[in-house]
Structures are given as structure tokens and as C-alpha cells.
Design a protein around this ligand. Structure first.
Ligand code: HEC
Length: 171
């Protein structure tokens, strides 16, 4: 008898949830911004002010330095503090991948989320490399990051590829 009434309340709860789901599906527009995401930054601003400076900081610490005069030379963190900074930048890359997928910011094509998630995964790899203070691993992570940026640009805005070359990392 006790079991029975318990089951009944579950069923009622289930019905209430279904009702709630049904209601919100009706009330909620497709471009729900959830709990009030601040989407003021458009994609250009997000790239120019969030992602590019972060990635650039990582590349500069990952052996990816090109000098107009001396050509290519390697530059890696030399102390714990330097590696800590790289780990922080890598963590920001992880979260930037999430920020790209916010409702209202994400593009509808499934590739958008694939590239965004790949960027977060590379960020985690880079965090580990920084914790290990592993020069080879951070260089590889930097290369992977660059190919994720490039792949998404290729897919969504091939025009910007010309403005986004390894040489620009030296600026
Ligand atoms: C999920 C897709 C995606 C990923 C990943 C991505 N971008 Fe972009 N990026 C875009 C799109 C779309 C634009 C074009 C935005 C616009 O309309 O101006 C862009 C534009 C840019 C621009 C040009 C901004 C300007 O001033 O016009 C830069 C720089 C840039 N991205 C840097 C990066 C870097 C660095 C990475 C990797 C660390 C990266 N992006 C990863 C989608 C992506």
C-alpha cells in the first residue's frame, strides 16, 4: 500500500514535469539566452578581444615566435610562474570553447560545436603540458590549437584566413 502511494506520487510528479516541459517548449523561443547570458560581444569582438590575445599568449610561450630579423626562434617559460601563466591561458581556451557554444552565439551547423569542443579539448591538453612543464607537449598543443582555429575559419569564414597567418603571431 505504501509502495503504491509512492508510485502514484511519482506518476503525478512525472505528469507535472511533462506539463512543465510542454509549457516551456511553448513559451520559450528557439533563441533562449538561458539564465541571462551576456552576448554583447559579437563574433568579431569575441575573436579579437578574447580568443586571439589568449591564443597569442599561449603561442608566444609555446615556441611559436617569429621575428622579422632573426626568423624563427624558440621561447618557452623559464620558471614556475611562466608555466603557471601558460596554464591559465590554456584554461581560458577551454572555457572560450564553451563560450562559443552559448545559445544565441553558436552557429546552427553541427561543425560549429565540433570545432568549439575540439578547442576546449586542446586547451586541456595544453593545461597538462604546462603542469608538466613539457616544452615538446606545449609546442604540439600550440600546433593543434592553430589547426582548430584554422579549421573553423576555413569552414565558416574562409575570407579571414588571409588575415590570420602564422606570421601574424609575431606582431
Ligand atoms: C567555432 C569556430 C571558430 C573557432 C574555433 C575559432 N574562430 Fe576565429 N572566427 C570565427 C568566425 C566565424 C570569425 C568571423 C567573425 C566575423 O564575422 O567577423 C572569426 C574571426 C576571427 C578573427 C578576425 C577577427 C577580426 O578582427 O575580424 C580572428 C583574429 C580570429 N578569429 C582568431 C581566432 C583564433 C586565434 C582562434 C583559435 C584559438 C579562433 N579564431 C578560433 C570562428 C572561429
Amino acid at each position: 500500500m505504501k509502495l503504491h502511494s509512492h508510485m502514484k506520487s511519482c506518476l503525478l510528479l512525472g505528469a507535472a514535469l511533462l506539463t512543465a516541459c510542454g509549457d516551456s517548449a511553448v513559451d520559450t523561443p528557439a533563441e533562449d539566452t538561458g539564465p541571462g547570458y551576456n552576448l554583447t560581444l559579437n563574433m568579431t569582438e569575441f575573436m579579437a578581444h578574447v580568443l586571439e590575445p589568449t591564443a597569442d599568449g599561449m603561442w608566444r610561450s609555446a615556441g611559436w615566435v617569429m621575428d622579422e630579423v632573426d626568423g624563427y626562434y624558440e621561447l618557452y617559460p623559464t620558471d614556475d610562474e611562466g608555466w603557471q601563466r601558460v596554464e591559465n591561458l590554456a584554461a581560458t581556451i577551454v572555457e572560450a570553447g564553451n563560450a562559443l557554444m552559448l545559445p544565441g552565439r553558436a552557429m546552427p551547423q553541427p561543425e560549429w560545436n565540433t570545432y568549439s569542443q575540439a578547442m576546449s579539448t586542446v586547451g586541456l591538453t595544453a593545461m597538462q603540458a604546462a603542469r608538466d612543464q613539457d616544452e615538446e607537449a606545449i609546442f604540439q598543443a600550440g600546433a593543434q590549437l592553430y589547426s582548430v582555429c584554422t579549421a573553423c575559419h576555413q569552414a565558416f569564414n574562409p575570407e579571414i584566413l588571409s588575415r590570420f597567418a602564422p606570421g601574424s603571431l609575431a606582431d
